[in-house]
Design a protein around this ligand. Structure first.
Ligand SMILES: [Zn+2]
Length: 206
């Protein structure tokens, strides 16, 4: 990226970050351990700004609408919308079912509104489980959207392959994080197969 690109990205980043104290969901999108590109994606998702087919179809005149395009590329059945993709779509639901245990969200319904409400309640928590929950949701949504975009041009990945990509991405992030050791954190270390030597230092993620 050239100088202009860097400059634009900085302006955009500052701009989107500037809302962080103004909206109740800011803490679930931006937090100190978030993965920046996935945070920006979450910002688009929370604001329903992704160009899903239901929104795109509103931009087209009715006569020009290609109804095949309105079909979800992941399951090729349901009409595509934010609610469908995250995670009511049968394919996306398989992906989410494969990772939600690691997010500590087994009891949360597979609907975006329920997931959002859950995250909202813990958005400013520094509890390890809650921080990891935010990372897993962002990674799951990000990679489901990426797969949706790539279907036209790349070989399909299975739900299990996406589950692996999501857990690997978050696992790598966790390697760089330090948590205060507690019984809960010990259980998380086992769950993520992280070496016990890691995460030994005290920090504010207890
Ligand atoms: Zn679908």
């Amino acid at each position: 990226m050239g100088k202009d690109g860097d400059y634009s990205a900085t302006i955009l980043w500052d701009d989107v970050r500037s809302v962080q104290n103004e909206v109740p969901w800011a803490g679930l999108v931006w937090f100190s351990r978030s993965i920046p590109r996935q945070s920006f994606f979450m910002w688009l998702l929370v604001n329903k700004k992704l160009k899903t087919q239901d929104i795109m179809s509103l931009w087209q005149s009715l006569g020009d609408t290609n109804f095949n395009l309105m079909c979800c590329s992941l399951c090729t059945s349901g009409p595509e919308s934010h609610d469908h993709l995250f995670f009511e779509c049968p394919f996306a639901e398989q992906v989410w079912d494969g990772v939600k245990g690691r997010a500590g969200m087994e009891m949360v319904q597979n609907k975006w509104d329920s997931i959002f409400d859950h995250l909202l309640q813990v958005s400013n928590s520094r509890n390890a489980r809650h921080v990891i929950g935010k990372l897993v949701v962002a990674a799951a949504a990000y990679f489901v959207w990426q797969e949706r975009n790539q279907r036209l041009f790349s070989p399909k990945r299975t739900a299990d392959q996406l589950v692996e990509v999501i857990l690997t991405t978050v696992g790598i992030k966790l390697h760089s994080m330090r948590f205060k050791r507690t019984t809960q954190v010990n259980a998380i270390l086992l769950e993520w197969s992280l070496p016990h030597g890691l995460l030994m230092e005290d920090d504010d993620c207890g």
